[in-house]
Write a protein that binds this ligand. Sequence first.
Ligand code: AHM
Ligand code: MG
Length: 360
Amino acid sequence: MSQMRIITIERHILQQQLRHPNATGVFTNMLYDIAMAAKIISRETNRAGLVDILGAADQSNIHGERQQKLDVFADEIIFKMNDHTGRLCAMASEEHDEILAIPPHYDTGKYVLLYDPLDGSSNIDVNVSVGTIFSIHRKVTTGAQGTIEDVIQPGYKLVAAGYIVYGSSTMMVYSTGQGVHGFTLDNSVGEFLLSHEDIRIPDTPKYYSVNHGYEKYWYPGVGEYVKWLQGMDGAAGSKAIGHRYTGSLVADFHRNLLRGGVFLYPADKRDETSYRGKLRLMYEAQALAFIARQAGGYSSDGVGDILDIEPHDLHQRTPLFIGNRDLVQKAEQYIREQDQEWLEKYLPFRERKYQPNKTS
Ligand code: AHM
Ligand code: MG
């Protein structure tokens, strides 16, 4: 007999749970429900080119972006898989302006789920990888239903996070704070099987990922930092690394997690709000920051740790630098030394406090 061990995601989550003597199993089931939603979304993304599900839906999301039908589908599936389980007190989706309440006829629970149902959806039409990002916070308020306070918590309070990448195969990667584990979907048996145990970001980085199309809008420190990444400034230890960018955050992050490197979506001067960055703190950055830290990496908005940012808005945007710790810290250094103009604009935004009924 070979030494091969086949471990389903369900078994793996259960084994992790056994390490917590007080665990009730609630958490385990929650992750399993997300895995189930991922299987259904994977099925639909796989046949997106075949069925009449492609093309823009009638709605655009609250950021004014064109929503693809598959976004709407993924959004609904994740909500429906989780609304009736009695484990959550609220949810929040990148596609909705307000938090999502648990329907009144269902029980509520101790956790909140935040998700970006289908990130990088502009890539669906051209058959490039897309992803789902999720994170879980513990309820902090009293009362049965969750409130906005339960949802907009800083990243350092996360209890779990993960993502699913719908790529050449579908993979789910998650962490409950005990390392990062990756599972590949075996379509023939319909199970996520453990394929990447205890993922650590490699010490030697292989790639940097950024949209070079916006280079002319970058603040000078970011530009110099990217030159450093390319090995152009001759700084000690700066050996040129390759550049890869798909425009799907999950795919770009996943590749760099497995191969080593840095992903950046910096603030820029494109328009009057782009000094805040593009990606969403609550739905994208926090979850990946949690994973990166668990894998030995680091993430920053260019000022400090993403996980330490106290959010002030459910749909708050953030610049993002994420990957190998030394590479991300180098970005912070360039920005600190050269991007005073940006820091003066950005720091008051970063320090803003959450105020009920106000958006940024
Ligand atoms: P989305 O949430 O509307 O899909 O946007 C997020 C995506 C990320 O996946 C990706 O990193 C980024 O937007 C790409 O943006 P750009 O096309 O400006 O490079
Ligand atoms: Mg997104």
